[in-house]
Design a protein around this ligand. Structure first.
Ligand code: FE
Length: 180
């Protein structure tokens, strides 16, 4: 009897420790590639074009000061101020710096977080990820795979089917309407 009680107390202890372990951690690239809709690679047919490499001086000339701050200096637009936060027209969202097609309107949803949110990029090869430990947090930064521009972050509190929330800056995106 005593052995059973000890075993039960042990199981309860392990469960408690497991529950108290913080789950807030950045997503690994492997996690993300498993979670992202595998069919998304078929959409829009064409593969991503080759990378865009420019000097910071060149980017400064091409981008507006606001775009330069977000895309090249990893800035963040103020919550609920971006032009695409509550924008739900049908079309695609391109990178504002290099025109890489990043997201489709079908995968956009209202997360209420104050920034345009998507549950998957158009295809796996459109974005790249990096661990971001700034501001005392551990987050997963999302960048454009073609030009390296900063887009935002991805979190694991999104809706089905991926469970991911790509929390993007409107400034980093350029919407292109799709004719219905
Ligand atoms: Fe880009």
């Amino acid at each position: 009897m005593t052995k059973i009680i000890i075993a039960l107390v042990f199981i309860a202890g392990v469960t408690l420790i497991w529950r108290l372990t913080p789950s807030e951690q950045s997503l690994s690239e492997a996690d993300l590639s498993l979670l992202i809709n595998p069919d998304s690679t078929k959409q829009n047919g064409e593969m991503m074009e080759e990378k865009v490499i420019r000097t910071e001086e060149e980017w400064k000339k091409i981008l507006t000061p606001e775009e330069y701050y977000v895309l090249r200096q990893k800035g963040t637009e103020r919550a609920s101020t971006g032009k695409y936060d509550k924008h739900f027209k049908k079309g695609v969202y391109k990178c504002a710096a290099c025109d890489n097609v990043l997201f489709e309107s079908d995968t956009k949803y209202d997360s209420g977080c104050g920034w345009p949110s998507f549950f998957t990029p158009l295809a796996k090869d459109r974005v790249i990820y990096e661990e971001d430990r700034s501001y005392g947090m551990v987050r997963t930064e999302v960048m454009c795979a073609k030009c390296g521009g900063h887009l935002g972050h991805v979190f694991d509190d999104g809706p089905e089917p991926t469970g991911l929330r790509y929390c993007m800056n409107s400034v980093s995106l350029k919407f292109e309407k799709k004719e219905e």
